[in-house]
Design a binder for this molecule. Sequence first.
Ligand SMILES: [Zn+2]
Length: 380
Amino acid sequence: MDTEHKYRSADLMRKQNARSILRVIHEERGIYRKNVAIQTNLAAQTVTNIITVLIDQGIVLEQPMNIAGKGRNPFALQINYGGFYIVSVQITNFFIEVYLNSLDGGVRYQKYYEIARQRDAFAILKNAVSEVMATFKDIYTVSAIVISEAGIVIEDYTLGWQGLNLREALREFGTPVLVLNDVNIIAHYENSQQKEPSNFMIVKIGNGVGSALVLDGRVIYSSNHVSGEFGHVTAYVPGEKIKCFCGRTNCITKFISKGALKSRLGMSYAEIKEEVNRGKTAAREMVENIGPIMAPKLSDLIMLLDLDRVILIGDVVEDFEDIIIPSFEKEIQENMSFWVPFHRLEVKKYDCFPKICSSYAIEYYFSNDSGTQFLWDAYF
Ligand SMILES: [Zn+2]
């Protein structure tokens, strides 16, 4: 073995050991050194050497625990997520919002860009990212650009970037670019909050309808990247025949999304909200129908996939929760087999976007251990 090779293997080994130690500290915040050694199967001295470097570099924090009645307080370890940064980008058909935030969700910068009709959304995105990167280039190192996009990520017809690979197109910024559908990224976040592996589905009713699935603690992806298009399953609505842009007829999105309500009623969304509150109006009737149209489809999925929960999100759900949810619950309960342990329908609002992106960046770095450059490799 030549010297250079020997050096490189030692280097690789040190990096691998550091990754294992960081993973254990990530998974068990507040762990003690002794337990790190036990869980990583590394010698106590190796753990101490590596942790010393991790603390010196500001990657890990070690603080005394205050345990009353104990002689010498042990020192608890945690990763210094507040000291590392990402750019988080939210893209919808109407706006782009850019944040610079630490991995614990602390926001240092936030800027909103409207997407006017016929404008080049990609140019706006690229300028927005350039601006934040340039502003902070001497202050913070950006560990990833995390992009959440409403809709099908690679084929967005409204934004006019069919076939555009955002990851490649933003490569020049020299940091990993993680691109995800908006409902999927929420699914990753929700999943990261669970103590035990669980099975759930998130359905968003906003301008369109989107969904994401988590089974046995994993966010599910098909190899074609377009699974979870719940908005384009067929609704059973006798007497109706509405063509969808996707080529099908009577897609669920054509009856329940904000876009569908607006175009069918010929009103703005604000007007619809007023009309629904006025009592027995056409708008109210249409909103009352959301539950009965969607529930049979959801019950089938709950049944088929053995889901514990369904989480509903999005403007339409939030604004009309009182109308939609009771009918949903009734329909689902009546349609459930006795062996399905489904126990609840939840309405949630996730208003911690930078934190959601951070959580995904952390998951990305810890789940790509062997392949890509690990976030903290450069320090070893
Ligand atoms: Zn469709």
